[in-house]
Design a protein around this ligand. Structure first.
Ligand SMILES: Nc1nc2c(ncn2[C@@H]2O[C@H](COP(=O)(O)OP(=O)(O)OP(=O)(O)O)[C@@H](O)[C@H]2O)c(=O)[nH]1
Ligand SMILES: [Mg+2]
Length: 325
């Protein structure tokens, strides 16, 4: 066995307030530990976030979302270089590396990491997506906040998703970039059907692939219904060095147009949707308990099953019943 020399490192403070101070100074190990605390839902995470929160908010937070394999990680890697070229620092949170789709991408992330390995202006973190009570969305939002408190100028969040069932990226970022490659017909349909939220910028990835012309037309048609709200469309071919600067330019224009007040309004709206989701979940749980304990409702349900009460009559009964309550 060859000898392995370990460079001794000072232990990180256990006290969350001290750890928060180190995070703010940009200490990489402290940042990594802080993200682990929120990821593990450690009790110290509450105190840590309380100490950090007054210092969160300076970073421009950009979400890169899209179906599996469209080239999000590749794009994020290229964006990191682009942001660094502009002299700004950037932290990255990549979600869902443990999904079966992303085996290759995890390797890709590592390869890409090497490029920025010695650069203190870049911090990269992958988040697992399983077995978390608070959910990956919460951990991701908190990791993003930690990177913001650590004074990175830009935070990029990569999430796999086609819009609906995934974490609500729009609630935790300032600008949403949706990546789609030629053949992402399902997503185009989802946009058309209005079930997918319209992003700020659409990145047409892999524009070097055949079928890009047809796809561009489909996309324009789906997005261009209302030119007022149509997102910017940027075509990219990362291996050919095409479109990355333009994409970052489009993101910057969105941020400039929003201005500080617009960004603040978006953040507030996102927090309000999150709050509504929490309240709705609580109310739902309370409603289920109330129904289970309410003999009149139970009786109505029995009658429904027995064929004595039709569904519309049940709705009328419930509406009247809850109005009385
Ligand atoms: N031809 C071509 N291939 C690309 C381009 N960008 C990415 N790819 C390839 O597409 C594959 C998937 O790229 P990733 O960046 O891992 O895609 P992803 O969206 O992050 O994937 P998941 O995280 O697994 O959802 C890889 O093999 C990339 O090399 C591009 O512009 N052109
Ligand atoms: Mg990826």
């Amino acid at each position: 066995m060859p000898h392995r020399y370990r460079i001794p490192m000072a232990a990180l403070p256990r006290d969350p307030v001290e750890l928060a101070a180190l995070v703010r100074s940009g200490d990489r190990r402290a940042i990594a530990r802080a993200i682990s605390l929120v990821e593990d839902e450690a009790t110290a995470a509450a105190e840590l976030m309380q100490a950090l929160w007054p210092h969160v908010g300076g970073a421009a937070v950009v979400g890169i979302t899209g179906p599996p394999g469209v080239g999000k990680s590749t794009l994020v890697g290229a964006l990191v270089s682009e942001v660094r070229r502009s002299g700004r620092t950037v932290g990255v949170v990549a979600v869902d590396p443990s999904s079966p789709f992303t085996q290759g991408a995890v390797l890709g992330d590592r390869v890409r990491l090497v490029e920025h390995d010695t650069d203190d202006g870049v911090f990269f973190r992958s988040m697992g997506s399983r077995g978390r009570l608070g959910g990956v969305a919460e951990a991701t939002a908190l990791a993003s906040a930690i990177l913001s408190a650590a004074a990175f100028d830009v935070v990029l969040i990569e999430t796999v998703g086609a819009g609906q069932s995934d974490i609500r990226i729009a609630d935790m970022v300032d600008v949403v970039v949706l990546a789609l490659q030629p053949g992402s017909g399902d997503s185009v349909q989802a946009i058309k059907a209005g079930v997918m939220e319209i992003p700020d910028v659409v990145a047409l990835t892999k524009a070097d692939l055949p079928g890009v012309d047809v796809f561009r037309s489909e996309l324009r048609l789906a997005l261009g219904i209302d030119p007022q709200t149509a997102p910017r469309l940027v075509e990219l071919s990362v291996p050919n060095g095409q479109g990355v600067g333009e994409l970052w330019g489009a993101v910057t224009v969105v941020l400039d147009e929003l201005g500080p007040a617009g960004v603040a309004a978006r953040r507030r709206a996102g927090a309000e949707r999150e709050a509504a989701a929490i309240v709705a979940a609580r109310a739902g749980a309370r409603a289920r308990l109330a129904i289970a304990a309410d003999p009149a409702v139970q009786d109505a349900l029995e009658r429904l099953v027995a064929g004595e009460l039709d569904p519309l009559a049940l709705v009328r009964f419930l509406e009247g019943h809850t109005a009385d309550a």
